[in-house]
Design a protein. Structure first.
Lengths: 119, 510
């Protein structure tokens, strides 16, 4: 379990750096509630972005983003609603769901792929 | 390259249609998505082809969203036959293999997880459809090679595994080998010969007439009299199938998945003898999803032998009526209608009564016997021209010197009679006397002279045959004449026809 968690932490760190490099500002990280956890909430201009970070050590078992199944996508939508209910003060003209796929050992170091508006 | 296309073949019944397989890479959550009325087996190929590609040394575009379209999108696609085409389309659009050679062929095979190409049902009609659509090259699994090679004038290649194909497409490996026809040409008919049957002169004559004119036949007789023996020898009397018929028959057997790896062209009339517990679906075709051919289609251009005919469910027997008339069976499904060819010679056999005892031992009341044979419906029996009583063979005949007419000699007479009939009906859609409608036989120039009709006239006057029965008699008379080399039936031919029409007991004197 510990190795797995460490890989995830590492991936999230890379993902956040990547998002910030893209000019997005991080609103909150690892927000938890009874239905689960949102990895990253960020602002991209006027849009509020819910980000799911998926990290894999290798691509031998498929691309990390493939692990975002329709069931997972719908769970993230629910989580987003819970987050918005918990933060009633903000005003967000638009919402977006992104997936950041991190592969720890690519051919040239770790790779980060950012799928905007993935679902 | 983010778009690639190739071709496969979809099957409905024994008709194939070429399907274009397109693959497109786009942004979005990774995965493989199908459009175009694909069934579960096609959808499941998602997992098969991915593993097959990975195990064949190809890089699957796992970080991209792949959309596969099977076009035309409104034709239902079923089964695993699309695996290879889908895999190659995806790999081509991912840039793993050159797109042009992939688009230049039709690919028909199922993929195993290890990348092996596995044979599928219905390859023969699929390759025929590809040829008809103007395709020049088809690639199939090695296990389907002999079957696909039955189609001429098209380049058929076989491969053992996906890796062979990828190497060839990339120019790293040898070209795929051309499919070879099986060395075995004719499926042997078995060793039954008409000479094995002792006695039964009448029944043998009836079988000969049935073979010559393609008349349906009804054998009634006590157990052990030789009904089954006679029916089993009927295919050996029929002429070998011509090329077109052989392809039709082989295609049906291919769709039913009955050809196996060393498939050869079926050149002899097939015999189907379903057991009387057969369901309607197994008899006329059916099954869930895509309908499969039933016994009547597997007996196309051959014999359908129903032993213990009254024991068959009435629904099953009556389902035969429409195919008997039209020579095809149309099966309706929610996904559309499928038709299979079903032009067969029907041979019914029955005991005279349910107890199955010999005529001397049977103590069934007459009503029981009547009720038993009444299970065969009037409309069905009406289509049966020949009715014969098969009696137990007397001892003297059973131990004769064994010099009896062989199947080969009878088959020669049958072939000559069939040739005469085909020549006579060459300007009509019919080729055998058994299928010519009665109205034509009663009209000029085929109407018989009064003198020849004399015996029939007497039967008519006494009410022993009906007007419809007369049509059957006329058909039989023409076949009897063809067998005896007469230009037109004479009095004797008509008399023999009458005998076989009314022969098997009083119940059918109508």
């Amino acid at each position: 379990m510990r190795v797995k968690d460490a890989v995830g932490r590492f991936g999230e760190e890379l993902a956040v750096r990547h998002l910030e490099a893209q000019g997005m500002s991080i609103v909150c990280r690892n927000w938890r509630c009874s239905s689960g956890e949102i990895d990253v909430v960020a602002r991209d201009g006027g849009a509020l972005v819910f980000v799911e970070v998926k990290t894999r050590s290798t691509v031998l078992f498929g691309d990390p983003a493939e692990a975002v199944s329709p069931a997972k996508a719908s769970r993230l939508r629910t989580l987003a609603l819970r987050w918005l209910a918990a933060h009633p003060d903000g005003h967000y003209p638009s919402l977006r769901f992104d997936v950041v796929a991190v592969v720890r050992t690519g051919p040239s170091g770790p790779t980060v792929r950012h799928l905007k508006g993935a679902f | 390259m983010t778009l690639a296309r190739t071709f496969a073949v979809a099957l409905a019944g024994v008709t194939g249609s070429v399907v274009e397989v397109e693959a497109d890479l786009s942004a979005g959550l990774p995965g493989l998505y199908f459009t175009g009325l694909a069934d579960t087996a096609v959808m499941e190929s998602r997992d098969r082809i991915r593993a097959a590609a990975a195990n064949s040394g190809a890089q699957w575009p796992s970080s991209r969203r792949v959309t596969v379209a099977l076009l035309p999108a409104d034709v239902r696609k079923t089964g695993s036959r699309f695996d290879l085409a889908v895999a190659l389309a995806v790999l081509a659009c991912a840039g793993e293999i050159p797109a042009d050679p992939v688009a230049g062929a039709v690919w028909i095979a199922e993929l195993g997880l290890d990348g092996r190409l596995r044979p599928v049902r219905g390859v023969l009609p699929a390759v025929l459809a590809a040829r008809a659509a103007g395709v020049r090259r088809v690639v199939v699994a090695a296990g389907n090679g002999t079957e696909a090679a039955l189609v001429s004038e098209i380049d058929v290649r076989v491969a053992e595994g996906l890796r062979d194909i990828l190497d060839w497409l990339r120019g790293d490996g040898p070209p795929l080998t051309a499919a070879q026809r099986s060395g075995e040409t004719v499926v042997p008919a078995g060793t039954c010969d008409l000479a094995d049957v002792a006695g039964q002169a009448q029944a043998k004559r009836a079988v000969e007439i049935a073979a010559a004119g393609a008349h349906h036949l009804f054998l009634v007789g006590s157990p052990g009299a030789g009904k089954t023996m006679l029916a089993e020898r009927l295919p050996g009397l029929l002429p070998p199938l011509d090329d077109a018929a052989a392809l039709e028959v082989t295609a049906v057997h291919s769709v039913a998945g009955r050809l196996g790896e060393r498939a050869a062209l079926i050149q002899q009339a097939p015999l189907q003898a379903p057991h009387h517990t057969a369901s309607v679906a197994s008899l006329v075709g059916g099954g869930s999803g895509t309908a499969r051919p039933g016994a009547i289609s597997l007996a196309h251009h051959g014999i359908l032998f129903l032993d213990e005919a009254p024991e068959f469910p009435g629904r099953a027997l009556d389902a035969l009526r429409q195919p008997l008339e039209s020579g095809v069976v149309v099966l309706h499904r929610s996904g559309g209608a499928v038709s299979f060819p079903a032009r067969f010679l029907l041979v019914l056999a029955a005991n005279p009564c349910p107890c199955g005892a010999s005529a001397r031992e049977c103590i069934c009341p007459p009503q029981a016997r009547r009720r038993y044979l009444h299970r065969l419906s009037g409309p069905l029996l009406d289509r049966v021209d020949l009715r014969v009583q098969v009696d137990p063979v007397p001892h003297a005949e059973l131990f004769d010197d064994g010099r009896r007419e062989s199947s080969a000699i009878v088959a020669r007479r049958v072939a000559e009679a069939r040739a005469a009939a085909a020549a006579r009906w060459r300007d009509t859609p019919w080729r055998t006397n058994g299928s010519v409608p009665g109205a034509l036989l009663r009209s000029a120039p085929w109407a018989l002279p009064r003198r020849a009709l004399d015996p029939a006239e007497r039967f008519l006057q006494r009410g022993q045959i009906s007007a419809r029965g007369l049509d059957r008699v006329l058909r039989l008379a023409w076949t009897v004449a063809d067998l005896s080399g007469h230009e037109i039936p004479d009095e004797g031919d008509v008399a023999e026809a009458l005998y076989f029409r009314t022969g098997a007991g009083e119940r059918w004197a109508a």
